[in-house]
Design a protein around this ligand. Structure first.
Ligand code: NAD
Length: 287
């Protein structure tokens, strides 16, 4: 798993394929012993093209693993009340073990994302975004872990490094990536710094880190020469560069010259998110 550069590539595509195979075996064994297929409900509101692609990839993964996908594709003007009523129906449906409402919800309508996420039963919260589950994560209780942060930790574990006492810098403080990643790193006894748009000297913060997680959404914000030699660089960002190519938040080639391990974009964190979504659904179904 090496590139021509000194850093080793953390290959999320390969790791997620291994995880999906393992999940598929778990589902097959469950079906063979008379169980029924776990169900993941996917709810897509509106016409956002990126959301359509994300949901399509999640649905394909369900098919591959043998999960039952209950899909709802709804008009952008559906409205908050009808969306909440659908979520209540899914909460009550015993064939549904996980519920995913694709974000962002259409802008210009009356949707309140916080209210929508809080309406999902915490036991069926495949994305791990429910406030009770996020609180549980903060206090270290067992609960569904948000998929992208969980995938980041799996990739980090691939390095085999001892994390306790080392320094981690998380760039970005969103509820779906930055904050939960910081909690997971803290739970592994790392010294964690969370940086954001008002951080004064991002280069100096990143330069101190043994592990860097970039979750911002700004192409190549984290410059290669900021990276501490030998550090692990986990790039969550999905952006388009000037030529329209998919790039992360990290200057990949320059960072790979200094890092010990690095995730590519695409093919790093992205595929892990889907694998973790399916894993969360299996766990919710007791598999
Ligand atoms: P967000 O917009 O909710 O949060 C971005 C964070 O970056 C904010 O906390 C903000 O303070 C910080 N930030 C903005 N400008 C900054 C700057 N100049 N310096 C330092 N910090 C800055 O984003 P998000 O939902 O957490 O997503 C972040 C990125 O990760 C996006 O590119 C998104 O597409 C991607 N993403 C990828 C996956 C995946 O599966 N790979 C999943 C979720 C998000």
């Amino acid at each position: 798993m090496t590139t021509s550069s000194p850093a080793q590539l953390l290959d999320g595509k390969a790791l997620s394929a291994r995880i999906l195979d393992e999940l598929q075996q778990r589902v097959s064994a469950h079906l063979a012993s008379g169980g029924s297929a776990p169900g993941l409900a996917t709810v897509l509101v509106g016409d956002d093209p990126a959301s359509h692609i994300y949901v399509r990839n999640k649905r394909r993964a369900c098919e591959k693993v043998g999960l039952n996908n209950i899909h709802h594709e709804l008009p952008e003007d559906l409205g908050q009340d009808r969306l909440l009523s659908l979520i209540q129906d899914l909460n009550q449906d015993p064939a549904v073990h996980g519920i995913l409402v694709q974000l962002p919800l259409p802008s210009g309508f009356d949707y309140d994302e916080h209210e929508v996420l809080a309406a999902i039963s915490p036991d069926k919260d495949a994305d791990g975004f429910h406030p009770l589950n996020q609180g549980a994560l903060m206090q270290g209780y067992r609960a569904p872990i948000p998929c992208t942060p969980k995938g980041v930790m799996r990739l980090l574990d691939e390095t085999g490094l001892a994390l306790s006492g080392k320094r981690a810098v998380v760039v970005g403080r969103s509820n779906i990536v930055g904050k939960p990643v910081a909690m997971l790193l803290l739970a592994r006894h790392m010294t964690v710094t969370v940086c954001h748009s008002r951080t004064r000297d991002l280069a100096a913060e990143v330069g101190n880190a043994d592990v860097v997680v970039a979750a911002v959404g700004v192409a190549k914000l984290v410059q290669g020469d900021w990276i501490k030699p030998g550090a692990v660089v986990l790039d969550v960002g999905i952006n388009r560069d000037e030529e329209g190519r998919l790039v992360g938040d990290v200057e990949f080639h320059a960072a790979a010259e200094r890092a010990g391990w690095i995730t590519p974009v695409p093919g790093g964190v992205g595929p892990m998110t889907i694998a973790m979504l399916l894993e969360n659904t299996l766990e919710a179904a007791g598999l």
